[in-house]
Design a protein around this ligand. Structure first.
Ligand SMILES: NC(=O)c1ccc[n+]([C@@H]2O[C@H](COP(=O)([O-])OP(=O)(O)OC[C@H]3O[C@@H](n4cnc5c(N)ncnc54)[C@H](OP(=O)(O)O)[C@@H]3O)[C@@H](O)[C@H]2O)c1
Length: 257
């Protein structure tokens, strides 16, 4: 059976992806920092084959160890780089240390995992690498300067990588969620580097996470290069292209939370 490695699987979108892939009969590797949440996810995925491999995306040593363990299990058919942390602080109040931390987790962490898995996929001439970016990877938004920068960086990296590997059997899929009903805003870091602890209205009213997971899995299976998942906020993708001035005016009126 095909094997999927999902990072950021301890909660939210990653957890929902794991549950849905398990239902579809895939073998799983689930990673994040919170090992007990991963163990309870493993129970919830039964009878699917699930390997729990804890991983801290801010630590190159942790990523290297996790990748060695994951690759030892056998071929990885689908890698979903989903783990990430958001931000709720103004740029002027955000210290460089926090900018770097967010970039380390959301960008360098993802590409290190990718670079660890890619050689084995290239050797086999097949594999799928997906990455959860964000609409904030397409345009900036209030209180998310470092987060938006890290997600934009993912687009640059993975669009370039796709050009280099798609003719060698590797699918690269960028997923740009809008507002999904998870606790991402609760976990998002404030200017003090601590979780904001607040549930945003945008997320509370967002797309249910199980529906989000089903759409992501369908988009990956359809071989899409990039696709949005969410509600009417996805209209921004078209509006920005065809009516950029109107888009900028409407975006400015949106609530930061
Ligand atoms: N929800 C939305 O509206 C939305 C919109 C656009 C994009 N996204 C993206 O979707 C992805 C999943 O977010 P979510 O909404 O599901 O939020 P979430 O519930 O907060 O999940 C984030 C996941 O990332 C993991 N993570 C955070 N820091 C980590 C670290 N240092 N090392 C390893 N894993 C880490 C968390 O696990 P641990 O804390 O256990 O490590 C958790 O499993 C993120 O990349 C996010 O940017 C979400």
């Amino acid at each position: 059976m095909a094997r999927v490695w999902i990072t950021g699987a301890s909660s939210g979108i990653g957890r929902a992806l794991a549950l849905e892939y398990a239902k579809q009969g895939f073998d799983l590797i689930v990673s994040a920092r919170n090992e007990s949440a991963l163990e309870s996810l493993k129970q919830a995925c039964a009878p699917a084959e699930v390997a729990v491999i804890p991983l801290d995306l801010s630590s190159p040593e942790s990523i290297a160890a996790a990748a060695t363990q994951a690759l030892a299990l056998g071929p990885i058919d689908i890698l979903i780089n989903n783990g990430g942390i958001s931000q709720r602080s103004k740029a002027e109040e955000t210290g460089l240390e926090l900018d770097r931390r967010i970039m380390e987790i959301n960008y360098f962490g993802q590409i290190q995992v990718t670079k660890a898995v890619l050689p084995s996929m290239l050797e086999r001439g097949q594999g799928i690498i997906a990455v959860t970016t964000s609409l904030t990877g397409k345009w900036g938004f209030y209180l998310r300067s470092a987060y938006a920068a890290s997600k934009h960086a993912l687009h640059g990296f993975f669009d370039s990588l796709r050009m280099e590997v798609e003719d060698r059997g590797i699918q690269i899929t960028l997923i740009t969620p809008g507002f999904i009903a998870t606790e991402i805003s609760v976990h998002a870091l404030g200017s003090d580097g601590k979780p904001s602890g607040e549930m945003d209205n945008n997320q509370a009213q967002g797309l249910p996470v199980d529906e989000c997971a089903r759409r992501i899995i369908a988009g990956i299976a359809a071989g899409k290069r990039e696709f949005g998942v969410g509600g009417r906020e996805l209209m921004g993708l078209w509006l920005r292209r065809f009516a950029p001035a109107l888009f900028a005016r409407l975006l400015k009126k949106q609530s930061a939370r």
